[in-house]
Design a protein. Structure first.
Length: 202
């Protein structure tokens, strides 16, 4: 029994090390991410901009994962011709203040603060803007855009995707490759969970 356990442990260590080496020194993770994002690597213009916050505790300041979403929301507003911004999630108020500070008129910002996940954001945003005319554009990070876009579609609110490089901007830093890869694999697990619940269609 001891020999069998030792062999299992050795094989596990070898396999785990091989996985870490593939993640650290190959392009597999960027390839997988680009495969998920697919044709959505675009910057569409539109009328209604939807910005999703990350799953972080609500605070007066944006969390580290929410901050780039607010930043790219500002950039989308400045580059496009949007007339309304909808911010959804725990940190919607903080992102709304950020957007306003960087030039988005306060009366153009609508907050959906009670959603605790992407599915709830899709449902609540649909209730608010389903009857509003115009093109709807969704801003979120590259790892999140696949699930987010499909959650909105499944909720009955078609959107155009406007992802920004989140994982990819860290990839050149060797120290970030393992944690960012784990985040991507966790996101793939969430995609499977949403599909199993019927919250997205693959």
């Amino acid at each position: 029994m001891g020999g069998a356990l030792r062999k299992f442990f050795i094989r596990f260590c070898v396999g785990f090390t091989a996985i870490l080496l593939v993640i650290q020194f190959s392009s597999f993770v960027p390839w997988l991410l680009n495969h998920l994002v697919g044709p959505d690597w675009t910057n569409p213009d539109g009328d209604i901009l939807i910005v999703l916050t990350a799953d972080e505790p609500p605070d007066e300041m944006m969390g580290t994962m929410t901050y780039p979403r607010g930043l790219y929301g500002v950039r989308a507003w400045r580059e496009g011709h949007f007339h309304t911004v909808v911010v959804c999630g725990n940190e919607a108020a903080a992102v709304g203040q950020f957007l306003n500070a960087y030039g988005v008129p306060k009366e153009k910002i609508f907050l959906e603060e009670h959603a605790t996940n992407t599915h709830e954001c899709a449902l609540q945003t649909r209730q608010t803007i389903a009857s509003w005319p115009g093109r709807r554009v969704l801003v979120t990070g590259d790892t999140h855009i696949y699930r987010a876009k499909r959650a909105f579609q499944a909720a009955g609110l078609p959107v155009e995707a406007r992802p920004f490089p989140d994982l990819l901007k860290y990839w050149d830093g060797q120290q970030w490759r393992i944690p960012e890869s784990m985040r991507l694999f966790a996101e793939i697990g969430k995609i499977g969970y949403y599909w199993a619940r019927g919250w997205i269609w693959l």
